[in-house]
Design a protein. Sequence first.
Lengths: 419, 150
Amino acid sequence: MTPLVYVFEEQVRDLLSQAGDVRLLDGVAYGFDDWTVFHAYTEKPSFTPSGHICPCVAMRSDATGFVDEEKLMLQVRSRVDPDGGPIVVLLVGTGVADSPSCRALVLTEKGVAGADTRFVPRRSELFSRNTGLLETSALAEKKVVIVGLGSGGSPIALELARAGIGHFTLIDFDRLELGNISRHVCGVNDLGRYKTLAVRDQLLQKNPFAEVSTMEVNINQALSQVEDAVAASDLLIVASDNDQSRFNLNQMSLNNNKVALYGRAITRAAGGDVLRVRPWKGPCYNCIFSSGLIDGREEEMSQKRQALAILPAYVEEDKINTMIQVGLSSDIAPIANMMTKMALVELSRGIETGMSTVDEDLASDFYVWANRREEAYANWPRMGFKWTHPSILRWYGARVDRDPNCLVCGGHLEEEPAT
Amino acid sequence: MGWSSQQSTRLHLEMDILSRYFPTFFLKDSIIPGHAIIEGTLRSNAGHEYIVRLHVPADLPNSVPIVEIVSPVLRDRFGHSLADLGTSYPMHLLKPENGVVRICHYSASHWSPNITFSKILLKIRAWLEAYEGHLDSGYAIDHYLPHMTA
């Protein structure tokens, strides 16, 4: 099989734009599938790549001193010591209409083999449903803050990257542990890493040109830092696992007049809920929390740290352990998916993205997901074949108004804060 | 960084309510969030006085304030310092700091920004009655004050 080499067009253009006599340049490549596929980089990639590392050298074929491939290979062999592994050689130049061209060779102990070369398109060509990486450029300038990069927040981040959101701020202070993996978008090769950084790499795999900043902070202890990020965003997505953080983020959303989406699963992910806060126009998080709508819908506890944060110190270990009851990844997915849809609706306001009919349908600010006939839904009828009674595996929108007595957004405030 | 305008408004609201129902309570060191405290005296039905200190959280009103009984030094019916009990489920106590007893009034899972300091002090007032009941009877405080369901 002819080896296949993928190269970032942006990097090739950068190399070609360098003035002067560019000789051999050290890069890096990652090989897959018995060294038949390579991803080659002339510069350090912005994300953590996968594959087996091997040397890569690049040269401008129009550079002074370039004679022929045979001499080049001699130069390459003297330059790198691959321990018997392959070396990827990139010969970059200018083709038709000044477009960049790149020829790749793979040098092994057996000799030199020509490779098929393909470009990963540059930023301006990313957005094409048929040929590009992403479907649309409409949302490329949008900025999203996501707080909580666990089983709920991480798939939302990934879906928004797929949808072409161009700017992310990821906030979480947790590291990826073994118990997280089965419900998380990241895998065992990310164990021990900050969830923010591991998810950032996943986002950049989908959109290498996305701007992703991360904050490894406990938001309850870094309020002004987090509020600065919220103020600079278009949308706040809250997938954190405790009410204190949600209350604080609710205040930031109101202070800065930023729409916020909150999502959570209830115990064992028997269901969940999603709230959209339209500051000063609809109910805030505290209005919902105090409304009784979520009474009897205890939040899912997925880890000991989460339980310890809300329980008094005298609660025994056994009780804490019994509170940790998690659902499956497939139980969380509908909640993350609903939040993604609502995020896209909010981010698409005033932009043609095909979300307008969804916007018309999502008239409510508070949605409840019934997942299984357990916990809050234990007495519900079986789904069967009727459409006329409540059933699991459906979303229910609730009409909820602002609470005039809410001490966060209600009547005690004389006026909305200026933003 | 000082209190936000919303927090300042809330602090004024809290102090307005306290001035009506707990007039001995006053605000100290109010400029720096995380350092402000509210202190005052609660008097039990039996006429005993307790100095109570409430620490205003830096993220007011979004987390549970710490409440301490500053004086007198609280002892159980058998003469042992309550602070020496450490965290105590039957006595509704959290881990003491600097030998000062901290009362478990609302857990984080029951907290909401709609809860005012006045409501907290009402619970502390009830705790003090239960404490004096303990001194009389020997029953633990949760005999008089059942725990809120989780």
